[in-house]
Design a protein around this ligand. Sequence first.
Ligand SMILES: C[S@@+](CC[C@H](N)C(=O)[O-])C[C@H]1O[C@@H](n2cnc3c(N)ncnc32)[C@H](O)[C@@H]1O
Length: 178
Amino acid sequence: MTTLLLHLLRTPGLTGAFAPSSRYLASAMVRAAGEVSHVVELGAGTGPVTKALRGRLPKASLVVVEIQPRLAQRLRTDFGGLDVRQSSAHEVLDDLVFPGPAALVSSLPFRSLPQELREVTVASIERFLRRVPDSKLVQFTYLPRVPFEASAEFRWQRTDWVWRNAPPAGVWILQRGS
Ligand SMILES: C[S@@+](CC[C@H](N)C(=O)[O-])C[C@H]1O[C@@H](n2cnc3c(N)ncnc32)[C@H](O)[C@@H]1O
């Protein structure tokens, strides 16, 4: 049984997927991030998106956040020198300041997260996007609708639909303004 499937059985709301993202979805996430100087990956799991970020944005600073201790430890082992924070995304985000441009690259399962955790996480992402100039959130979701309802000052845009993933997934960007 795969590592992510085991975590799904133990903590379904937090894990939210039975298989790691495909390399096609990981590539689409990195493309959507664009040429940024700073990346924070939220919900790295077993690291397929981390791998694509390290390979394709080698000059960008990278902070990786994973709430589940065993997965965080595995990321440290698999990716030497990686800045892995075993913590909840909102706790890490609230302490980060960058001059920009920056991307939050997230696989967080917003539709299955416990409500309170979802609300504090969304609030913290919005604070980050207000605070950091030229910043964006890149988020995938398996459902054909926006990953979560954001405040009125933010706009969602779907940049990709990746069939070669189980299940297929949409890639979305959230930014301030029109
Ligand atoms: C759908 S899995 C995605 C894993 C991996 N990025 C991928 O694409 O295969 C979601 C991951 O987010 C993590 N997670 C859930 N809530 C979190 C939170 N509040 N802060 C940090 N990580 C979280 C879970 O432990 C899980 O590893």
